[in-house]
Design a protein around this ligand. Structure first.
Ligand code: GDP
Length: 139
């Protein structure tokens, strides 16, 4: 099933570097409509829950520390074929492998601090969006 929504987070490094506006502009210019958005900070428990799928990976502790060290911007985005098109827009997990013009190529430092999150399936987009937003925050 293909839906028209995906979920993103601008990760702490993006906010620390003052890249929030530039990244949101690129998202808008690429045809995504923001249907929910907020600046927030994840607790350790939030990050451990959100990234539970990676709990046995060697980088899990570093990932939780990174994602909780400062505020993030969480958003739900709408566009036809949103999940796939947004993954294309952000580029590969490792910015060294990301295509020119992608958000990670432009704004990410490394595989661990890679600027943005994008859901990898429609099912996860729904789960992740629901983790951060209640129904009355989505328009
Ligand atoms: P994504 O879907 O492209 O975000 O990639 P994954 O779901 O595989 O990984 C989730 C997040 O964990 C990534 O966005 C990175 O922030 C982090 N991560 C992934 N692989 C590594 C790694 O090899 N080392 C470290 N330190 N972090 C990683």
């Amino acid at each position: 099933m293909v839906t028209n929504r995906t979920f993103t987070m601008l990760k702490p490094d993006s906010l620390e570097k003052g890249n929030t506006g530039a990244i949101l502009e690129k998202i808008n210019a690429s045809g995504f409509k923001i249907v929910a958005m907020k600046q927030t900070q994840m607790s350790r428990r939030d990050a451990e829950t959100f990234y539970a799928i990676h709990k046995d990976r060697p980088f899990f502790a570093d990932l939780v520390t990174y994602m909780t060290r400062g505020p993030i911007v969480a958003a739900i985005l709408e566009k036809e074929n949103a999940v796939e098109d947004f993954r294309t827009l952000i580029g590969a997990t490792n910015p060294e492998d990301a295509a020119e013009g992608t958000i990670r190529k432009m704004f990410a430092k490394s595989i661990s601090e890679n600027a943005v999150h994008g859901s990898d399936s429609d099912e996860n987009a729904f789960i992740e969006g629901s983790f951060h937003f209640s129904g009355r925050e989505i328009f």
